[in-house]
Design a protein around this ligand. Structure first.
Ligand code: TGC
Ligand code: FAD
Length: 388
């Protein structure tokens, strides 16, 4: 049966014609190109790389960046809806698009030189070049400000040393955005694959995001020219600014995963009979479905309003934290409950909810853990930082 999505409050009415078209196009593509292959890709722990040119062709990479750099020039709502629809397929696919668009193309656009923009953005929009974003280190995850990776000036060049960990797309990336300590504070560098001293071994044996590549990045006296440095940002606000873009997409994306699980639980319980009637006819099952509908609708309203704040230039990072924190936790809860509602079938690759559930464990942790977003909100409302 074709996936319909959940729109209990007729939010469709609030979308523009263009947003609806983007939604339908992405939804249809996910149904046709992703759903038939994703369970096998997940089981085999393979990123379905053959989809990348198609994603580029659809205009989904850096979709909210300007047309003058070969991007689709879409608004915040359309960008969010793209993330939602992709994550209905798999969080790994949405991760690929988030990293490429929000964590690599966006900083090139916002912090890069004109030369960096012209060189990378059009090729990345087409999917001809892939990027990754190296912030997290083995000993510095939630506190990236403590990073050890450093860049030292050597004549006209920079020499990078250190290591990053848990980097989405790392092994398959043509270029890495790397954040490093310098004499002048934290700065960002574009390090190309194949640069001597730079390696990106894949991290294997994951139980989550199996259809996504996760890697270490190792820098052993890696020499890059000054033209590889972002000229327009210094300090931790550089990488954190990128995270605000990506977290926005994740807040939307989580709704997609939740809708997939809700839809699966609804169809399954309507079709399966126990004690002489469909499971969906029992009050306890209906309570779970009612809870799912309510929570998804609340998450949709949060994202809709967040998009309006972004459009109006009134969005604050803390607004994004609230949405990422709420929506990912909501999706994870729904995936777990859906898994239960499918009984034993719920643990198999014949169904989606366990795959979504395992993926969402990563989404709960990356881009700021649930607890870190709790602390960001706590600081915002009290004025007191409780990180340390
Ligand atoms: P703090 O003193 O609060 O801030 C330093 C400067 O940054 C500014 N700032 C932000 N700017 C833009 N967006 C944000 N979200 C920002 N948050 C803070 C801030 O105003 C300040 O600016 P200025 O001008 O005063 O210098 O920094 P802190 O060291 O106290 O850290 C605060 C904390 C803990 C909230 C921050 O470090 C944090 O968010 N930690 C979580 C780390 C994280 O999220 N890592 C994600 C890595 S990337 C990833 O996971 C990709 S997954 C990809 C995928 O597959 O989809
Ligand atoms: P830690 O920071 O060690 O946290 C461990 C636990 O302690 C968490 O529960 C956390 O909430 C809690 N904690 C930490 N500090 C506090 C505190 N002050 N108060 C209370 N509790 C606290 N990073 C990138 O840079 N680029 C990527 O592309 C990328 N992709 C990823 C892909 C995957 C699949 C995963 C799993 C991670 C990825 N990450 C990436 C890394 C991710 O951002 C980090 O894992 C995350 O920021 C948390 O850091 P950590 O794992 O070191 O956990």
């Amino acid at each position: 049966m074709a996936f319909k999505g959940l729109d209990y409050y007729d939010l469709d009415e609030l979308l523009s014609e263009e947003d609806r078209m983007v939604r339908d196009m992405t939804r249809d593509w996910v149904s046709d190109a992703v759903m038939p292959i994703i369970d096998e890709a997940y089981e085999n722990a393979v990123f379905p790389r053959h989809l990348v040119p198609q994603i580029g062709e659809l205009g989904l990479l850096g979709a909210n960046l300007p047309e003058e750099y070969g991007c689709a020039g879409m608004g915040p709502t359309a960008y969010g809806i793209i993330c939602q629809e992709l994550e209905r397929g798999d969080s790994g696919l949405r991760s690929f698009v988030s990293v490429q668009g929000s964590l690599v193309m966006w900083p090139i656009f916002a912090y890069g030189s004109e030369e960096q923009k012209r060189r990378w953005l059009p090729e990345m929009a087409k999917g001809n070049k892939i990027g990754c974003f190296g912030l997290t280190e083995p000993d510095h995850g939630s506190d990236p400000g403590g990073m050890i990776t450093n860049a030292k000036k050597d004549g006209a060049d920079w020499i990078l040393n250190g290591a990053k960990m848990w980097i989405t797309n790392g092994t398959i990336a043509d270029v890495a955005v790397v954040w490093a300590q310098t004499e002048d504070g934290i700065q960002g560098f574009l390090v190309e694959a194949g640069t001597p001293g730079f390696t990106a071994p894949e991290q294997k044996r994951k139980y989550s995001l199996r259809a996504s590549v996760t890697s270490e990045l190792v820098f052993d006296d890696v020499r890059v020219p000054d033209s590889a440095r972002f000229p327009n940002v210094k300090g931790l606000k550089g990488p954190l600014g990128c995270l605000s873009q990506a977290r926005y997409g994740i807040a939307w994306g989580a709704i997609g995963a939740a809708m997939a699980c809700y839809d699966e639980a609804l169809q399954y319980t309507l079709g399966r009979e126990q004690f002489g009637k469909p499971l969906a006819g029992f009050q306890l099952i209906q309570a779970k479905l009612a809870e799912m509908v309510t929570e998804i609708t609340k998450a949709q309203l949060i994202c809709w309003r967040l998009a309006k704040l972004k459009e109006a230039g009134k969005i604050r990072p803390q607004h994004v934290s609230l949405a990422k924190r709420n929506n990912v936790a909501m999706a994870l809860d729904i995936a777990r409950v859906a898994r239960d509602m499918l009984g034993a079938n719920g643990i198999t690759a014949e169904y989606q909810c366990m795959r979504h559930m395992c993926n969402l464990e990563s989404v709960y942790t990356y881009e700021g853990t649930h607890s870190i977003h709790t602390l960001i909100l706590g600081q915002d409302v009290t004025g007191i930082a409780a990180f340390e």
